[in-house]
Design a protein around this ligand. Sequence first.
Ligand code: ARG
Length: 570
Amino acid sequence: MISYKEKIAEILAPHVDGLEKDEILDMLETPADSKMGDYAFPCFKLAKIFRKAPQMIAQTLAEAIGAESVFEKVENVNAYVNMFLSREEMAQEVVSEVIEKGDDYGRSNMGQGKKVIVEYSSPNIAKPFHIGHIRSTVIGNSIYKIYDFLGYDTIRINHLGDYGTQFGKMICAYRRWGNKEDVVREPIKSLLSYYTKFHVEAEKDPALEDEARAIFAKLEKGEPEEVELWKWFREESLKEFNRVYDMLGIEFDSYNGESFYSDKMPRIVDELKEKGLLVEDNGAQIVKLDEYDLPPALIKKSDGSTLYITRDIAAAVYRKETYDFYKNIYVVASQQNLHFQQWFKVIELMGYDWAKDCVHVPFGLVSMEDGTMSTRQGRVVFLEDVLNRAVEQTKQIILEKNVTTENIDETAHDVGVGAVVFNELSNYRIKDYVFSWDKVLNFEGETGPYVQYTHARACSILRRAGEDTVKAAKKGFDTSWITGESAHHLIKLLYALPEVIKEAGEKYEPSIVTRHIVDIAQGFNKFYHDEHILVEDEKEKTAKVALVLAVQTAIKNGLGLLGMKAPEKM
Ligand code: ARG
């Protein structure tokens, strides 16, 4: 599709001698108020070059370019050259492109041949997949979808927390208070309750801690009994995680978690030693980072056990060797900022120039309206319960609305789960937020149900218009019927979508897509309110139906990038 900015810069360039095309591109603005045109070019900076008043420069420029066919009109207002694009030309260009590309509208091949790893979700075995984990899962999934859409070769990794001294405690607790049937029936809830009990009991009897340490040492040595229990905890937990992933429609290419790297760490420790980075500190092995204003990275404890950070270093080296990534993205809570700063620095000090290609994408905390959560006390909100409740409540709302969908359960699932996902992706990821049921399930606010409902409304118009009209619209339409204020506004939003997707990718910020599709949905509802769509006149109807089809396509593609379904009826 044509780039209007490029085109305008080309048109302006011969008239502003002292400026390069790129400088002009940078200077072009998109006025918030459409009365100031679709694009504006401020002339203040030009005063020095031309030795003329900005107002006069703008006047001369407006007159010089006004006759170009891309413009409807060009005006000088307060030293700005305000440019109004030809609405008909733009309607033709944009609406037909969206219709032609369909599901691929917004897709790009900019990432061709480049591998991008997106690591997300990464819950801990035998610990609840709580509402806090949803952030990594949902944000990561959307970042993966965006990179995939931009043509990158993506690899989705779930870096399971399936290793570490806590497994010594878990096995110890299971042996003392556990019960096999309970674990099979409710793996995480049961294992968590044993784990919680361990902490309570260990307060009274510190010998339990020693017992747990000894069990973990056995596990590290590969003693069959311990390994078997650990494997079983892992499998049962995964079954439960997968239930949530299925609900969300989320998949991974690899579940290589922390344990996968246990045999890949000695090599890293040796390498750190060889490179002169490892120093001894009270029996422990550390990498000093004070030169970089960071606390030391603890690589090996005095008892010889390795740590979370060691596994992350080993994992990054493994990923570089296995995938030769262009980018290695970690979607992990901002509480771990320091951890990532530390080990990115260690990688750099090891001489790996690809350290710069490792990206930590942090996000803020989520708390529930009724208080926070803490794993230790077992006071947690389970994500699965949240999703089920969202689906249940959505079903209630749909029933009350008396909608005639054949498949209420499927719709309630798509809308309920979508509501939670959309809510998650509505704010800048770095912001902390409070989860509120009222906000999530509101059909009127800037919510998932609102956008999905708007999409279903567009589908319903297309159904009512009938197949013949839709077919005709795909072939061609008379642009003069879609040049009104709200139609033009909508067309501009459709036009911007591909750039919006790129920006969201560059900034690892799905909320940019979320907000844009809310804008499209609002723009569409305004158009629907302002104009009659299914009118008598065939030409008028066909043109408007073409716009509706383009909007429906754009919203569907946008929702897809967030990891949401776009039901056709609701
Ligand atoms: N399992 C960790 C947690 O739940 C998150 C893992 C993040 N990924 C990483 N490569 N360190 O806190």
